[in-house]
Design a protein around this ligand. Structure first.
Ligand code: FES
Ligand code: FE
Length: 378
């Protein structure tokens, strides 16, 4: 394969080599160094509506079970029975009365993880029921979601997760104005994307593609048609077009702005990437939150929630016009990612592609990733 010896023009900087999107060994390292080491957004808190509700979720190579305890708090555990290791909960979600029972030999744990019953347990008085309880996983709630961390010593939640919003919006209070934790779910769509999770992140971080593939979005946010990168300018939100009434598929009116949204946040769209797997989209009358679940080097499940003021959802108002706008954006973006994935293993992409100036900030993401994986730039 001839390799060009011409020096690269300063306008273009290199992407990651193709193998970062196709190599199972690199994906395994990402599971270890990212998804199992950082805070990972697992479930929406309100999906666990009352005591005894549980959800299982895959984080890196582990299965986690998240329960709502009798006191109403969320708890996370490794989904592994302490006896002989059977998977405790096999359903994605469910409801128990007061305990989780292993289907193998019936070891039974309360909703705080303590071992409370097992056949013949009475004859084993030396068994410490807390020590042989389920193994706890760190959990924090923010924006109405439960974030879990498998690390023995989790990194600071404030300095990592919450800081992403401060860094992007330029102000710690700005995201609070949307009151995301109090919003209600208007719609959830899950997308199974045949692409590496990083292609989805990179796509979200640039708007060079907006004019080509997002006609509805650029009609609402005309500055996106110029390839402006929402992630790039601290504190800047993309302004709605003059004739646009709301963040909807046809620019028609949405709902009243959320109570605390400021005058300068009104009629603007802000996007935040919370590394490694979350995107938060803020518009005056709703919040759209994407959670990615990387399943393999070439497969990612994306759960997208549209969140509105509780009274909007309770009234049965039709949210379909605002859902449709970002649903189309998602479909357009994920199709682009799926179109890119097969080429990642082509010899044409062996040493990667290039980033144009309005995409150069993606290089910061790449450096961050290489740093976490302990890889040197080739
Ligand atoms: Fe769970 Fe035996 S493996 S009770
Ligand atoms: Fe896009």
């Amino acid at each position: 394969m001839p390799v060009s010896t011409t020096p690269a023009p300063a306008s273009l900087i290199a992407t990651l080599p193709g193998r970062y999107y196709t190599d199972p060994e690199i994906f395994r390292k990402e599971q270890e160094k990212l998804f199992e080491s950082m805070w990972f957004c697992a479930v929406r808190s309100a999906d666990l509506s009352g005591p005894g509700a549980f959800r299982t979720v895959r984080v890196g190579r582990e299965s986690i079970v998240i329960t709502r305890s009798r006191s109403g708090e969320l708890r996370a555990f490794l989904n592994v029975c302490r006896h002989r290791g059977a998977r405790l909960c096999t359903e994605e979600s469910g409801q128990v009365r007061r305990s989780l029972q292993c289907p193998y030999h019936a070891w039974t744990y309360d909703l705080d993880g303590k071992l409370i019953a097992a056949p013949n347990l009475i004859k084993m008085p030396d068994v410490d029921r807390v020590a042989y309880g389920l193994i706890k996983v760190a959990l924090r709630e923010w924006l109405g979601y439960a974030w879990v961390c498998l690390a023995d010593e989790p990194p600071s939640f404030e300095d990592t997760v919450m800081y992403a919003a401060v860094e992007r919006l330029g102000d710690a209070a700005a995201i609070e104005h949307y009151g995301t934790e109090n919003l209600a779910l208007g719609k959830r769509i899950t997308y199974e994307v045949k692409a590496n999770w990083k292609l989805i992140v990179e796509n979200f971080m640039e708007c060079y593609h907006c004019a080509t593939i997002h006609p509805e979005l650029t009609a609402v946010l005309p500055e996106f048609a110029k390839g402006y990168a929402a992630q790039y300018y601290v504190g800047h939100g993309a302004e709605f077009g003059e004739r646009i009434q709301g963040f909807t598929v046809d620019g028609s009116a949405g709902f009243g702005k959320l109570a605390e949204v400021s005058a300068e946040q009104d009629r603007r769209y802000y996007a935040i990437t919370v590394k490694p797997t979350v995107f938060v989209n803020l518009v005056p009358d709703h919040v759209i939150l994407h959670r990615m679940f990387p399943l393999a080097e070439d497969r990612t499940s994306v759960e997208c929630d549209w969140l509105y003021a509780p009274e909007v959802v309770a009234s049965g108002a039709d949210v379909s016009k605002s859902v449709e706008l970002f649903h189309r954006v998602n479909v357009q973006d994920f199709a682009a990612c799926e179109r890119t994935q097969p080429a990642m293993s082509s010899r044409a992409y062996r040493s990667g592609g290039v980033l144009v100036p309005s995409e150069h900030h993606i290089g910061i993401f790449h450096e961050w990733l290489l740093g976490r994986l302990g890889d040197a730039r080739a």
